[in-house]
Design a binder for this molecule. Structure first.
Ligand SMILES: [Zn+2]
Ligand SMILES: [Zn+2]
Ligand SMILES: [Zn+2]
Length: 188
């Protein structure tokens, strides 16, 4: 994991440095673009308002709606606020990834982006959600690293104790052997 590694998304290869996040992903430190962070952490944020769930704690069951096809979880209030709420009722909810053909998060080619604002409010929210998800993953990685370090430290203490015991035992045996040698040589 070199710091000199090329800046690009580990999933899609995007090289836009502005949208890249550092995160702990699939057990290694990775760089992913905003779109890929969101696409691969569907259960970590609401796909409608783009609020990231703190510490990956989902909203309580009566306030959330799960996508029928993927792990995505939306606020029930957000689902009901959609203009197309008749077709995406809360009981048969499909998230944008599962219901919109060719959907991508953080879509810089979307018409409202092309028509003016470079970063629309939605895109800004998506970026913040991805940044939060990345931060949460790094915090988790830090906890794991600390636990591993503590485990390694206690393992080292145990290993040192065992080595000391082995050494003591060797010293004891050598001493005993030497005594027996001197005794047998004095007897002869
Ligand atoms: Zn990507
Ligand atoms: Zn929401
Ligand atoms: Zn879905």
């Amino acid at each position: 994991m070199g710091i000199t590694k090329q800046m690009e998304c580990g999933e899609c290869g995007s090289k836009d440095p502005i949208t890249l996040h550092n995160l702990w992903y699939r057990g290694i430190y990775s760089q992913l673009c905003t779109a890929c962070v969101l696409a691969h952490h569907a259960a970590s944020f609401c796909p409608i308002c783009f609020d990231a769930y703190e510490d990956t704690k989902l909203p309580p069951p009566h306030l959330r709606v799960m996508c029928l096809r993927c792990p995505a979880v939306a606020h029930i209030s957000c689902v009901y606020s959609l203009p197309t709420s008749s077709s995406s009722s809360a009981t048969r909810y499909h998230c944008p990834q599962c219901s919109i053909p060719n959907f991508t998060f953080f879509d810089l080619n979307a018409s409202d982006v092309q028509n003016g604002n470079l970063i629309t409010k939605d895109l800004a929210k998506q970026f913040v959600a991805a940044a939060k998800i990345a931060l949460i993953s790094m915090n988790k990685a830090a906890v794991i690293a600390r636990e591993n370090a503590e485990k390694r430290a206690s393992e080292a203490v145990m290993a040192r104790k065992r080595a000391k015991e082995a050494l003591d035992r060797v010293a004891f045996l050598m001493l005993k052997e030497a005594e027996e040698d001197s005794r047998s040589s004095s007897n002869s």
